[in-house]
Design a protein around this ligand. Structure first.
Ligand SMILES: NC(=O)c1ccc[n+]([C@@H]2O[C@H](COP(=O)([O-])OP(=O)(O)OC[C@H]3O[C@@H](n4cnc5c(N)ncnc54)[C@H](O)[C@@H]3O)[C@@H](O)[C@H]2O)c1
Ligand SMILES: C[N+](C)(C)CC=O
Length: 490
């Protein structure tokens, strides 16, 4: 049984209360770890250390090259331990081992990218007058609270930690209480890389206790949050109390628009991957499939035929293609949505059940589920379910496809599958979303901005954009010599 502790001021500590939380393997419900259950006092302590460390300048004034060296060391250590970390991610989250390995590689790339980014030439300078210059520089914001979800635990933590540290901030990370295992591994690596004590702190526990303290504290300058839209709104309301800076990467209900000119087999294959990858627990999951009327019936028949053949199983089995949901509570939420869909009058075309036979009885597995005959006003069409549940919508023409695609409060992602590239580009430009794809899906590049329109977020992650989100910009106006102004005569 793993014992998971918090990392504050360079030391591994348990919670002041001594309480522990059971961490489970969602594939069989077995307890795999006991995690320290952080309290408000633990959180205040971690924040005070991050504050003191920031003000000491031990990290914020470090030459960029030295910070880059630490980030590269973290990347190298992740690489050395990649197999073990991927296995732990699968054990704790339930995802396919291949997907977990990809997450670890993406986390490595992220640390290397920010190490490299801060060593690039940077800066702005303007000639504001004769021998007067305006110089624009980047400075760290201060103490940053980083709060991340359970669907890509290591990767989401890395997407926040790498740019936050690169920009010179000190941090407190809170992983989801459901998936703290790889965050602890990452902090063991941060310790091993020699990052000075107090720069990077890890607190474990719930959003209501630890998370809310990380948002409310006056010692925190910035909250970077990845998670659900409702939690994001709550954080925004609290952060407004002291006008704290925030960035929010939130939920989605992303449309995948399929036109009639597609190769049917290829488009069906993509549609399955776009929703059922990671059991639908992807912020950008294409949970709405919009099919052109003329191919609708044929497309749906083939989709259902293939969805029924998806091999469900434990993430560490080579034959498995789709794993469990992350927790019993989340599985119950997904099953409730399936009931809502039935009550709303949609046709349950396949799936819809928890899987409890053949050794799955203690795991949190739900069948790949597809609803047809939906209406745009149904809750299953409008709300993020975050599970293996696909709703199908039918459209007549390009205009209707765009109207349906944009008809939710979300704006995270969207895709168009269409051989006519002119039409595909015309339509994708009209999708109100920050991350879009044409004839592909789930492609994510560390250099490109990540974030949502509408209620899918505020700000952008990744690329230079995340470095900006974790930086203040200061202009310094310099006159080479002081002159009398002469505005006032006496
Ligand atoms: N846009 C993106 O890049 C992105 C990426 C991954 C996941 N997500 C979204 O995350 C959601 C799934 O993750 P989840 O269920 O863990 O989300 P969640 O909002 O329930 O929790 C996310 C994190 O916030 C914490 N939290 C909860 N209440 C809090 C509060 N009041 N104050 C501070 N922190 C609080 C949780 O403990 C957790 O660490 C989905 O909506 C998904 O779309 C978005
Ligand atoms: C960004 N991604 C797809 C890895 C995780 C979103 O849930």
């Amino acid at each position: 049984m793993m014992e998971l502790n918090m990392y504050i001021d360079g030391k591994w500590i348990t919670s002041i209360s001594g309480e522990k939380r059971e961490v489970k393997n969602p594939a069989n419900g077995k307890v795999i770890a006991l995690a320290a259950e952080g309290t408000a006092e633990d959180t205040i302590y971690a924040i005070s250390i991050a504050r003191k460390t920031f003000e000491s300048g031990v990290w914020s004034t470090l030459p960029f090259k030295a910070r880059a060296n630490y980030l590269n060391k973290i990347a190298n250590l992740l690489e050395e331990n990649a197999e073990e970390i991927a296995m732990l991610e699968t054990l704790n989250n339930g995802k396919m081992l291949l997907a977990a390995k990809t997450d670890v590689q993406n986390a490595i790339d992220c640390f290397r990218y920010y190490a490299s980014l801060i060593t690039q030439p940077e800066g702005e300078m303007y000639n504001a007058g004769d021998l007067v210059q305006t110089i624009v520089i980047r400075e760290p914001i201060g103490v940053c609270s980083l709060i991340v979800p359970w669907n890509f635990p290591l990767l989401m933590a890395s997407w926040q930690i790498a740019p936050a540290l690169a920009a010179g901030n000190t941090i407190i990370l809170k992983p989801s209480e459901i998936t703290p295992v790889t965050a602890v591994k990452l902090f063991e690596i941060i310790e091993k890389a020699g990052v000075p004590a107090g720069v990077a702190n890890l607190v474990l526990g719930t959003g209501n206790i630890v998370g809310s303290e990380m948002v409310d504290s006056d010692w925190v300058d910035k909250v970077a949050f990845i998670g659900g839209t409702e939690t994001g709104k709550k954080i925004m309301r609290h952060a407004a109390e002291n006008a704290k800076k925030i960035s929010l990467e939130l939920g989605g209900k992303s449309p995948n628009i399929v036109f009639a000119d597609n190769d049917l087999e290829i488009a069906v294959d993509n549609a399955l991957f776009n929703i059922f990858f990671n059991s639908g627990q992807v912020c950008t999951a294409a949970s709405r499939l919009l099919i052109e009327e003329s191919i609708h019936d044929k497309f749906v028949d083939r989709l259902i035929e293939r969805a029924k053949k998806i091999v469900i199983g434990q993430g560490n089995k080579d034959t498995s293609e789709m794993g469990p949901l992350v927790s019993e509570a989340h599985m119950q939420k997904v099953l409730r949505y399936i009931e809502i869909g039935k009550q709303e009058g949609a046709t349950l075309a396949c799936g819809g059940n928890r899987i409890i036979d053949n050794g799955f009885e203690n795991g949190f597995f739900v069948e790949p589920t597809i609803f047809t005959d939906t209406r745009p006003d149904m809750r299953i069409v409008q709300e993020e379910i975050f599970g293996p549940v696909l709703v199908i919508q039918k459209f007549k023409d390009e205009e209707e496809a765009i109207t349906l695609a944009n008809d939710t409060v979300y704006g995270l992602a969207g895709a168009v599958f269409c051989k006519d590239i002119e039409k595909a580009m015309r339509v994708v430009r009209k999708i109100q979303a920050g991350i879009t794809w044409v004839n592909c899906y789930h492609v994510a590049t560390v250099q490109a901005p990540w974030g949502g329109y509408k209620q899918s977020g505020i700000g952008r992650g990744l690329g230079i954009f995340a470095l900006d989100e974790f930086s203040e910009r200061k202009q310094i106006n310099v006159s080479y010599k002081a002159h009398p102004v002469g505005w006032f005569s006496n």
